[in-house]
Design a protein around this ligand. Structure first.
Ligand SMILES: C[S@@+](CC[C@H](N)C(=O)[O-])C[C@H]1O[C@@H](n2cnc3c(N)ncnc32)[C@H](O)[C@@H]1O
Length: 265
């Protein structure tokens, strides 16, 4: 609430010329009467400030989302929780579903695609564990939300989206919100991004039947890949590549993602 009040006082709703003259005059200590007059003059502005703006309402819902959907289910990384509290998810969803932006499920973003459930975004981000200077590849830009979250934790984020309209709108959303370290490309993730490889981290947000070899090859030794894998009900798999290039993997939990399509499909 304090933030709201500061925001409103900083806006044109507080008209200084309407305040009592004593407010504008410097001098000795104010009389009680002058202070009372000032208080009354400020009351309408404070009353207006108490009605939260849509941005403040979304911010409150974001904080609740992190507590109830993400922390409560065991995501602990403080950096991940901090970005989830800061990135405005409502800006990444179509206007028609904006009121549901912080609900505990995926939402449609057009073209038969979805933005993932907030908990799954946080869980996969924590499992990926990007570091400040990492180069990260994402397959499946979709709305651009996961890219935005990752870009705040990594050095550079490259993202490939197969639906041209989604690639364009995600790039525009990210640009307009000031995410400068993200590059979005329209294309087929099965081909990887050879010009920018190797990557420290790779994340897939569409599910292939098995992890494409080209992506494993583009993973730097010591790197990590996180992906939903399988047909129908998939599981989230975390692949770790050791310094000598060997890979080991473990499964996290069952999920249901959209399938990773081939360009010809
Ligand atoms: C669950 S959505 C992605 C959610 C997204 N990360 C977000 O934050 O909104 C999966 C996306 O993967 C894209 N996709 C599917 N197959 C692909 C492929 N072969 N290459 C690149 N993108 C693909 C879909 O078009 C869809 O936008």
């Amino acid at each position: 609430m304090a933030d709201n009040i500061i925001a409103m006082l900083g806006s044109s709703r507080l008209n200084l010329s309407s305040l009592p003259t004593v407010f504008l005059v410097s001098g000795p200590a104010w009389s009680t009467q002058a202070l009372v007059s000032l208080l009354f003059a400020l009351m309408p502005a404070v009353a207006v400030a108490q009605a939260p703006t849509p941005a403040a309402q979304y911010q409150n819902r974001r904080l609740i989302m992190v507590e109830d959907q993400i922390k409560a289910r065991g995501v602990k990384n403080p950096d991940v929780l901090a970005v989830m509290r800061n990135v405005p998810r409502e800006c990444f969803v179509p206007e028609s579903v904006r009121p549901q932006a912080y609900d505990d499920h995926p939402l449609p973003i057009g073209f038969g695609q979805t933005i993932s459930q907030p908990f799954i975004v946080a869980l996969m981000t924590e499992a990926l564990g990007p570091k400040k200077n990492d180069r990260v590849l994402e397959i499946g830009t979709g709305s651009g939300y996961q890219a935005a979250i990752l870009s705040r934790l990594a050095g550079e984020l490259y993202s490939i989206e197969i639906v041209p309209e989604l690639a364009r709108s995600a790039a525009e959303t990210l640009r307009s919100l000031g995410f400068r370290n993200v590059t979005v490309r329209e294309g087929d993730g099965y081909r990887g991004w050879p010009d920018k490889a190797p990557f420290d981290r790779i994340i897939l947000t569409a599910a292939p039947p098995e992890i494409p070899q080209v992506l494993l090859d583009e993973l730097r030794p010591g790197g990590r890949l996180v992906a939903p894998v399988g047909v129908g009900v998939q599981k989230i798999v975390v692949v770790q590549k050791s310094a000598d290039g060997k890979t080991t993997s473990r499964s996290l939990l069952p999920v249901r993602f959209v399938p990773m399509k081939k360009e010809t499909e």
